[in-house]
Design a binder for this molecule. Structure first.
Ligand code: ZN
Ligand code: ZN
Length: 366
C-alpha cells in the first residue's frame, strides 16, 4: 500500500474547499515539476515518490465520491473502501493533458516501468487495447399527443456490426496474425510531447498489438461492417424537446464492447396547443354575448373534447384551468393542466336590428 499519510489537499497545495478546476490546475503544475523524466537522476527516486503522492491525491480529490469520503473520514475513509488500484480507477487524468492522447495508465505504466512499481497489477502492462465501439446520436420527432401518452417507436438506423465473415477479427479465416513489429505486440509506442512523454496507441496496428496477415475481404480487415438496425424504443410520457434517451450498447460495435445510442427527442409544434412545461395552453375565441351572458363551450384537450362553462361576465384573456389535462411530469408523474385562455370576439359589423338593440341597451345603461 503506497497510501500517503499527508493530507491530500496539502499535497496538492490547495485549500480544503478547492473546486475541480483548481485541483486540476494544481495537479498539472506539480506533474510538470516532479515528472521523473524532468529531474536529475540523483533526485529521480525522490521525484518518483512525490509523483506517486500527488497522483494519488489527485485521483481521490478529482473524484466526487472519493473526495466526499475523504472529506468526511480522511485517509481511513479511502483506505477502508478502496484498494490502491481502485483509488486510481475512474479518476480522470486524460483531460489534464489535453487531447494529446496518453491515458493515465499509459503515463504510469511508462514512468514506473523501470521502478518495479506496478500500480495496475501484473499483466496489465503492455496489455493490448480493446477498442470500445463509438456512441451514436439519433434524432427523433414525436407529437405532443405521443408525449402525453408515451409511445413505442420503431427506429431504424445504420451502425457498425462485427463483420460476420471474420467475426470482428479482420483476418481472413485460417490466416493468422503476426505480432506487430513497430510496438512488439504491446499496442503502444512511446512518444514525446515536450518534456512529458507518453505511451500512445501504436500507429501500425492501432493498438491491437498484432498485424493481420491476410485481411478479411468482406470488411477489408476492419472487422466491422455497416449494417441496418431496427429497434423498438419506448419513449416515456412527459419528455420534451432536448430530452435524451440513452440506449445502452446499441451504438457501434467494437472489440471492447458496443457504444451507446443516444436518442435526442424533438417534440413537434402542435396546431392547437402550446406547451408550458407540464401544462398546455389553448386559446379559444368566445363571442361577446356569450361572454356577457355566460355559456357552455366545447374545448379540445389531448385526451378528447370536454365541455367547459364560461360564466356570465367573463373578461377578455381570462384563463380557465382544466385540471390534469396537461402532460404527466417525466419524473414525478404529476399531471399538468390545460390552460384555456379566452379571447372575446367583438363583431365588426352589425345588422340594423342588432344596432337598434344595442342602442336601446345603451340608453337603458345611461
Ligand atoms: Zn471481416
Ligand atoms: Zn503495433
Amino acid at each position: 500500500m503506497m497510501s500517503t499519510t499527508r493530507d491530500y489537499y496539502e499535497v496538492l497545495g490547495v485549500n480544503k474547499g478547492a473546486g475541480v478546476d483548481e485541483i486540476k490546475k494544481a495537479y498539472r503544475q506539480l506533474v510538470m515539476k516532479f515528472h521523473p523524466d524532468r529531474v536529475e537522476s540523483a533526485q529521480k527516486k525522490e521525484a518518483e515518490e512525490k509523483f506517486k503522492e500527488i497522483s494519488e491525491a489527485y485521483a481521490v480529490l478529482s473524484d466526487p465520491k472519493k473526495k466526499q469520503l475523504y472529506d468526511q473520514y480522511g485517509h481511513a475513509g479511502i483506505d477502508s473502501r478502496y484498494s490502491t488500484e481502485d483509488i486510481f480507477k475512474g479518476a480522470d487524468f486524460s483531460s489534464i493533458f489535453g487531447g494529446g492522447g496518453g491515458s493515465f495508465s499509459d503515463i504510469f505504466e511508462h514512468i514506473f516501468a523501470d521502478s518495479g512499481f506496478d500500480i495496475f497489477g501484473s499483466g496489465s502492462r503492455g496489455q493490448r487495447r480493446q477498442k470500445a465501439g463509438s456512441d451514436l446520436q439519433l434524432r427523433i420527432a414525436i407529437t405532443l399527443e405521443e408525449v402525453s401518452t408515451g409511445v413505442e417507436k420503431d427506429i431504424s438506423y445504420n451502425r457498425y456490426d462485427a463483420c460476420p465473415s471474420c467475426k470482428g477479427t479482420g483476418a481472413e479465416s485460417g490466416s493468422g496474425k503476426t505480432t506487430c513489429s513497430t510496438c512488439r505486440g504491446s499496442g503502444a509506442v512511446r512518444s514525446g510531447m515536450g518534456f512529458i512523454s507518453f505511451t500512445q496507441e501504436c500507429p501500425s496496428c492501432h493498438g491491437a498489438g498484432q498485424i493481420i496477415k491476410n485481411r478479411c475481404k468482406n470488411c477489408s480487415g476492419q472487422g466491422v461492417v455497416r449494417a441496418k438496425k431496427n429497434l423498438k424504443v419506448n419513449i416515456p410520457k412527459g419528455v420534451s424537446t432536448g430530452s435524451v434517451l440513452r440506449l445502452k450498447s446499441e451504438g457501434n460495435y467494437g472489440s471492447g464492447g458496443r457504444g451507446d445510442l443516444y436518442l435526442h427527442i424533438e417534440v413537434l409544434i402542435h396546431s392547437l396547443f402550446s406547451r408550458e412545461g407540464d401544462n398546455i395552453r389553448y386559446r379559444v375565441s368566445v363571442g361577446v354575448l356569450k361572454a356577457i351572458l355566460g355559456s357552455e363551450i366545447e374545448v379540445p384537450t389531448l385526451y378528447g373534447k370536454v365541455k367547459m362553462k364560461i360564466p356570465a361576465g367573463t373578461q377578455p384573456n381570462t384563463v380557465f384551468r382544466l385540471k390534469n389535462k396537461g402532460i404527466a411530469n417525466l419524473h414525478s408523474r404529476r399531471m399538468g393542466d390545460e390552460l384555456v385562455e379566452v379571447e372575446i370576439e367583438i363583431p365588426k359589423r352589425l345588422s340594423s336590428q342588432e344596432r337598434k338593440i344595442l342602442q336601446e341597451w345603451e340608453r337603458i345603461k345611461s
